[in-house]
Design a protein around this ligand. Structure first.
Ligand SMILES: Nc1nc2c(ncn2[C@@H]2O[C@H](COP(=O)(O)OP(=O)(O)O[C@H]3O[C@H](CO)[C@@H](O)[C@H](O)[C@@H]3O)[C@@H](O)[C@H]2O)c(=O)[nH]1
Length: 405
């Protein structure tokens, strides 16, 4: 019997995802037409023997999360529960805190998945490797040519994908870190010193720094290498890139989700997802790499490429939207052009991954994808280029390279 845990973080996380994370919790942001963590759940549900999926995070269990869980349980015929941390406990603290729930029923092993990764999730291959040679920790790794998210003194070309298979014994070293942290905390307190910089707080365990680094070289952690698709989803730009990866994956996993050219329907180029409730005019040209959400209206003559259009947005006649995310309920006026600059890894290099993206360099906004927050109104016949527009803004003219607050 197997289980899976998805680490979904909480509202203080996902800051690089603003303004999109103002509206839905980041793990529910639609990537290739479905909530980010639905891709994880689909992969887990396909592993034979999967009994339960647990989401661990520090979000309040609000309506969108509860609704998502109910729908997912029905669709995948599996118990899927949310366990809320009382405070951010780090990537390992929640696993230790909820160890009784995780180990209930005696799973042979459990997967641990970071919510903010996009992958083809080779979980069955990881399970085979684990069964062949069991170890407490099996990490999925991928090789990179250039990666700057975690610079360190030793630079390996293998990075941790944030996808693991833990055996029940893995909780023992987490317990050791927990005990040590408690002792360190007690040592600080009688001196009355401010330990906030030294002691991360009761229960906080960082899997990477506190557990994996400490155990490296002791024969407890093994890496399963993959050359499948993988990317982090940290910023809105990387969500667009992940959407492209998942759309290409649909060719194999979900061909029914990809729009096809039909007589009298819009022209489709490459991989495109259109929600069944969206209304798309027949003269619109969509793709490649476009995903259109629920209730979206796309007018005559619209051109859409490399973009995500979210729930309830309207693109009036002849708008052109390229390398952009159009927020929930936003309206783009006719003949307007909304365009961003992609920041994708080199497509000719299979080992290239998305770099850590920073919005600014030397105090200047770097050209990046354009993002319209929710319920933004763009007037007719203007150009919005390389800009981020915060929610509820009603623009009256063109903007280039700006954050519109
Ligand atoms: N429940 C819970 N989840 C958390 C917490 N903190 C982070 N997470 C979740 O844990 C995952 C990792 O978050 P980060 O702490 O932001 O780590 P990172 O910078 O993404 O780096 C980690 O993941 C990379 C792959 O995505 C790895 O390459 C890297 O080595 C590391 O494991 C995310 O899905 C995040 O939502 C927490 O306090 N509680």
């Amino acid at each position: 019997m197997l289980k899976a845990v998805i680490l979904i973080g909480g509202p203080q996380k996902g800051t690089r995802f603003r303004p999109l994370s103002f509206e839905v919790p980041k793990p529910l942001f639609p990537v290739a037409g479905v909530p980010m963590i639905q891709h994880h759940i689909e992969a887990c549900a396909q592993v034979p023997g999967m009994q339960e999926i647990l989401l661990i995070g520090f979000y309040q269990p609000d309506e969108p999360l509860t609704r998502f869980l109910e729908a997912a349980q029905q669709e995948f015929h599996l118990p899927i529960r949310y366990l809320q941390e009382f405070a951010p406990l780090g990537t390992g603290g929640g696993l230790y805190h909820f160890r009784d729930q995780i180990l209930a029923g005696g799973p042979e092993a459990f997967f641990v998945l970071n919510a903010d990764v996009c992958s083809d999730f080779p979980l069955s291959a990881m399970l085979d490797a684990h069964r062949h040679q069991p170890h407490p920790f099996l990490l999925l790794g991928t090789t990179v040519l250039h990666y700057v998210e975690k610079p360190s003194t030793f630079v390996s070309d293998i990075i941790n994908c944030g996808i693991y298979l833990f055996s029940p014994e893995a909780l023992k070293p987490l317990g050791d870190v927990f005990q040590r942290n408690q002792q360190d905390g007690q040592l600080c307190l009688p001196l009355g010193e401010d330990c906030s910089g030294l002691w991360p707080g009761a229960g906080t365990i960082r899997l990477e720094q506190d557990v994996f680094s400490a155990l490296a070289g002791q024969g407890q952690i093994y890496v399963h290498l993959t050359d499948g698709i993988w990317s982090q989803i940290k910023s809105a730009g990387s969500a667009l890139y992940a959407s492209r990866l998942y759309l290409s994956q649909y060719q194999i996993t979900h061909p029914e989700r990809l729009a096809k050219h039909t007589p009298g329907g819009p022209r489709i180029r490459g991989n495109v997802y259109i929600h069944p409730t969206a209304k798309v005019a027949p003269s619109a040209v969509l793709g490649p790499n476009v995903s259109i959400g629920e209730g979206v209206t796309v007018g005559e003559g619209v051109r859409l490429r490399e973009s995500i259009v979210l729930h309830g947005a309207t693109l009036q006649e002849h708008t052109c939207v390229l390398h952009s995310i159009v927020g929930w309920g936003s309206t783009v006026g006719r003949w307007a052009r909304v365009e961003g600059t992609p920041n994708d890894p080199n497509p000719n290099d299979p080992r290239a991954h998305m770099d850590s993206e920073s919005l600014f360099k030397d105090g200047k906004l770097l050209p990046a994808i354009t993002i319209l927050g929710c319920r933004v109104r763009i007037p007719a016949e203007v150009l919005i280029l390389n800009s981020i527009v915060l929610p509820h803004k009603e623009l009256s003219r063109s903007f280039t390279n700006q954050i519109i607050l």
